[in-house]
Ligand binder design. Structure first.
Ligand SMILES: NC(=O)C1=CN([C@@H]2O[C@H](COP(=O)(O)OP(=O)(O)OC[C@H]3O[C@@H](n4cnc5c(N)ncnc54)[C@H](OP(=O)(O)O)[C@@H]3O)[C@@H](O)[C@H]2O)C=CC1
Ligand SMILES: O=C1O[C@H](COP(=O)(O)O)[C@@H](O)[C@H](O)[C@H]1O
Length: 479
């Protein structure tokens, strides 16, 4: 989905320059997302350029681009096929140390503008590259596209924002969160605000709790260099899951234009904080050796590149509150983890019981639940009904729908926004800082080892007691 208007001073990018051309993100997610976007015919006239450190070459880049573009030919429109051919034929590669003063600005100046500068680099390198750029060195129409993690705490995110804003206006800074490009994530807005049945019910009066789970079967997958410094809280909760929470809880925007959407998202995240102390509102764990889908998974601490003493969590759970009149008192439980036995990527809205259940019903009165699945993309509503079998007995039914997969990959959706200069699907600077403000107290308490780190076997369901007993501050657990 893409709006054609509503973005002030929208820039229409002519060249996408990917820094980190040889990297994992570029090969696995960015280029396939871009190729599918181009195949759809929605990015006409774009030129692709790559740049990277010594050791890579124009030939390897050309092959990398050709492979993904060839794969995207299947299912491409005629215009898309022609555009994919153009991309392959015209792409260029430049060897470059992005942290060397002057080099990056010179390269940008040699390309047809406006240029979107995609930093697919290790975060510290991206930050250094921006620090060495001088104000006025980049054409003002340049877009800076930053990957996560955006800083490593509130203060460093502020510092990075100050660095970027010296170079281009905020409107031209895209902080990528690919969850905002996922069909079912953005669809939360349609689900909430286009259905009379749901729109009035998303309040503390009707909702008992909201859980957002991202339990992955994937383990470390050779990413120790990044993941061991990040951990599950920084990797998933600070970024992706807080954006999902924002969409589930924000007030209705007047329009889907970027200003309205991002103002409302920012506002609700500004009201969000840890529900209690880190000790009673968070828990963390790390996986030990186990078996997942018949595959032996080694102990996390023994993986190459992992600092066994760093106590990096591979499973994290936090309970948050939103301090506004719509949500006061409702617990929001966010959990993300690796090497779990059951993939579970969903948000569950649990509604409060009815104010009076007519006397005479038998069976169990269970809460109404709305489940939004983020992979596979599903929508389910768990309801109590009577009738099947005994007329007076309540039974559970689930109304379910499998949602069509969007034609673009999440990175394609994000790139569509970047290329048309629409930052709706990227995280605004103040919101990026707010997300760190929410998790900083947890990071501090965990660093001081004030919350014990538990263990779970890879391929299992997490530490004993986690599945059924989410962390709630005692007062809320009793409510
Ligand atoms: N990989 C993933 O699944 C995801 C990654 N991200 C984010 O994307 C970013 C990149 O991650 P990822 O692709 O995994 O990292 P990689 O280490 O795979 O790639 C980094 C790239 O940066 C290049 N590079 C490093 N230093 C320099 C330099 N001084 N000048 C020019 N190029 C340089 C590397 O070149 P060389 O190899 O020659 O050193 C390499 O091409 C990170 O911010 C990460 O958090 C976000 C979501 C998912
Ligand atoms: O950004 C990240 O996201 C992925 C999960 O996203 P998905 O779209 O691939 O399901 C996660 O595995 C990774 O650790 C994290 O860096």
């Amino acid at each position: 989905m893409k709006l054609d208007s509503g973005t002030a001073n929208a820039v229409h990018v002519r060249t996408l320059l990917i820094l980190g051309a040889s990297g994992d993100l570029t090969g696995r997610l960015l280029l396939p997302g871009l190729a599918r976007l181009i195949a759809s015919g929605r990015a006409p006239g774009i030129t692709l350029a790559g740049a990277g450190a010594p050791g890579y070459s124009p030939e390897l880049w050309g092959e990398r681009v050709k492979t993904v573009c060839d794969a995207a030919m299947t299912g491409a429109t005629d215009a898309g096929k022609a555009a994919l051919g153009q991309i392959t034929a015209n792409t260029s590669y430049t060897e470059l140390d992005v942290t060397a003063p002057g080099e990056l600005a010179r390269l940008v100046g040699s390309l047809e503008g406006p240029v979107a500068l995609y930093f697919a680099l290790p975060p510290a390198v991206s930050q250094r590259a921006c620090e060495v750029l001088e104000p006025g060195e980049l054409p003002e129409s340049t877009l800076l596209v930053m990957e996560k993690p955006f800083g490593s705490n509130e203060e460093s995110a502020r510092e990075l924002n100050r660095t970027l804003i010296r170079l281009v206006p905020e409107q031209n800074i895209h902080r990528v969160d690919h969850f905002l490009g996922k069909g079912t994530v953005f669809n939360i807005l349609g689900l909430r605000f286009a259905n009379r049945l749901l729109e009035p019910l998303f309040t503390a009066e009707h909702v008992a709790k909201i859980e957002i789970f991202y339990d992955e079967e994937l383990a470390l997958e050779g990413r120790a260099g990044y993941y061991d410094r990040a951990g599950a809280l920084r990797d998933m909760i600070q970024s992706h899951l807080l954006q999902v929470l924002g969409l589930l809880t924000m007030n209705a925007p007047a329009t889907l234009y970027e200003r309205d959407v991002r103002d409302h998202l920012g506002s609700v995240l500004r009201a969000t904080a840890l529900a209690g102390t880190p000790q009673d509102s968070t828990r963390r764990a790390r996986y030990t050796a186990g078996t997942s889908k018949g595959r032996a998974v080694p102990d996390y601490a023994s993986e190459s590149g992992v600092d066994a003493h760093a106590r990096t969590e591979t499973l994290a759970e936090v309970t948050l509150n939103i301090k506004n009149s719509r949500w006061a008192g409702v617990p929001f439980i966010l959990r993300a983890g690796k090497a779990l036995g059951r993939m579970r990527k969903e948000a569950i809205v649990t509604f409060r019981p009815v104010s009076h259940l007519p006397t005479g019903f038998k069976g169990t009165d269970e809460p109404t639940k709305l489940r939004i699945g983020f992979g596979p993309d599903t929508l389910e509503l768990d309801l109590d009904v009577n009738g099947p079998g005994d007329l007076y007995t309540l039974d559970r039914v689930t109304l379910g729908a499998e949602l069509n997969s969007p034609d673009l990959l999440p990175y394609g959706e994000v790139l569509l926004g970047v290329l048309s200069g629409d930052p709706t699907l990227s995280v605004r600077g103040d919101t990026a800082e707010e997300c760190w403000r929410i998790v900083d107290p947890i990071l501090a308490a965990w660093a001081a080892n004030e919350v014990p780190i538990e263990e779970y076997a890879a391929g299992g369901n997490g530490p004993t007691g986690w599945e059924t007993n989410c962390t709630l501050p005692p007062a809320q657990a009793r409510a």
